[in-house]
Design a binder for this molecule. Structure first.
Ligand code: SAM
Length: 212
């Protein structure tokens, strides 16, 4: 038997090994754990939507935090590799598809929408940033339609020229916006998380269009 087969995590970094040892498929769990710890994001009984959920570290962490009284809906193009509890539902679906939005509308409203969605990287930084911005904007669009007033949004984006526009979109809808680069982010990664808390209720129709 080769040494790699004896130790499947050989060559993995310490965070990857720690995540696997704790039952999580990916080191990304430490990013959500840090965001949760810093802003008090997740509580028992909450309803959470996790976009870009595969292989499943965030969904597993969130479903543990929510407990049996909570509800987690996980969405990804790819299947998850973890078993989640009965409070979780997995949709193998494209976040851009109108049918996905329709399916999610029947499962909301949510207290928290998470998006760790990322494009398959092309090697061209500008292309990857543009795709990441598109995924971020789609996640935010879904969040604005599915969150309850007061709810929170966490969205990943690759740093680039459109970062300020992305932050402005979050600022326009939420009471507070934070930019978080978790310690578990790989040193050379240019990903960052925009966090909006306190979704403002939409204005009453008569206030939305003065004089209408
Ligand atoms: N949060 C995950 C975890 O902790 O295991 C890791 C997410 S991984 C960094 C990014 C995911 O985004 C990939 O699994 C990918 O399939 C998903 N993704 C990319 N584009 C998507 C789309 N249009 N709809 C749904 N998921 C998408």
């Amino acid at each position: 038997m080769s040494s790699r087969r004896q130790n499947p995590y050989r060559g993995a970094d310490a965070r990857t090994r720690a995540a696997k040892a704790a039952g999580f498929p990916a080191r990304s769990v430490f990013k959500l754990e840090e965001i949760d710890r810093r802003i008090g994001l997740l509580r028992a009984g909450m309803r959470v939507l996790d976009l870009g959920a595969a292989p499943g570290s965030w969904s597993l962490y969130a479903s543990q935090r929510l407990g049996r009284g909570g509800k987690l809906v996980a969405v990804d193009l790819a299947p998850l590799t973890v078993a989640l509890g009965p409070q979780a539902e997995v949709l193998e679906a494209d976040a851009f598809a109108p049918e996905t939005a329709a399916a999610l509308a029947t499962r909301g409203p949510f207290d928290v929408v998470l998006s760790d969605m990322a494009p398959s990287t092309s090697g061209d930084r500008f292309t990857d940033q543009t795709r990441s911005f598109d995924l971020f904007c789609r996640a935010l669009e879904l969040a604005l339609g599915l969150l309850r007033p007061g709810g929170a949004f966490v969205g990943k984006i690759f740093m680039g020229g459109e970062f300020d526009a992305a932050r402005a979109r979050v600022r326009a809808a939420f009471d507070a916006v934070r930019v978080i680069r978790p310690e578990a982010t790989r040193q050379h990664s240019y990903e960052i998380f925009l966090v909006g808390t306190g979704l403002r209720a939409p204005p009453a129709p008569e206030l939305a269009e003065p004089g209408a």
